[in-house]
Design a protein around this ligand. Sequence first.
Ligand code: NAD
Length: 277
Amino acid sequence: MIRLAIAGAAGRMGCQLIRAAGRADGVAVSAAVERAAHPALGKDAGAVAGGADLGVALSAEAGGDFDLMLDFTTPAATLDHLGTCRRLGRGMVIGTTGLGEDGEAAVRAAAADIPLIMAANTSVGVNLCLALVETAAAALGSMADVEIVEAHHRHKVDAPSGTALALGRAAAGALGADLATDGVFTRHGHTGPRAHRSIGFSTVRGGDLAGEHTVLFIGDGERIEITHRATDRRIFADGAIKAAKWLAGRPPGAYTMRDVLGLNINVGGGNAQRQLR
Ligand code: NAD
């Protein structure tokens, strides 16, 4: 049985993770961590997630009673937990977004000591979309302009979403572009014509949207759209549990959801790597 620590256990994703662990074989929640002074501290993790008691109380400290931590919290909390897991030699599945370059570098550095998966989106469907976007971008090359539109609930604090950035990186990598220089994150006023090779991002926020992403490949006379719509957050939690089961017992290293899902194949069967023009 793989013992899981759920960080951010009272949060939207934390509760989903606790419920997803209950649905899965071979895993059990053995620790539940929340921020100091959270009103749910001391309560049972199962009850907080809306289910039966698990005999695991929410605590402000991770302790050592777990094999792997699943962390969907805030960047500061994730980096704090990263230090704990590195010290204890425990693996992590990190779903927190908005870590920034320094945070991501810290995660990569920790992968020298512990097995890690950092994924802006842990759903199977989005990870398939990442592979499809890479394939489409490699095949279309300069034939199409790439634009990414994402929509999320009103509580989301970072923009564009980590998933939109991951989709943008997938396209950029295949096009030989770089989001740092080619990403366009705002347009307002006299913008001038669209720069060749730029990858544009548009953000929508409102209501209870669980997350929608569309990558548009806009050419002259045709348009391809690759869309993923999440209608239930359980897809992220189920994917994260799948990742934890795959990660358990692996040597230290930075792994990806594509490793977990076996999507590190060339979806285009080889042809996609050749640009059409
Ligand atoms: P949320 O605000 O509902 O939950 C975050 C929880 O973390 C809160 O309960 C908060 O109290 C807790 N927290 C804060 N500091 C903490 C600390 N030091 N120790 C322990 N817990 C702490 O947010 P959410 O919607 O659950 O999203 C959390 C993160 O996961 C965000 O970064 C979001 O973008 C990301 N997310 C990722 C995916 C994915 O598939 N990877 C899916 C959904 C959300």
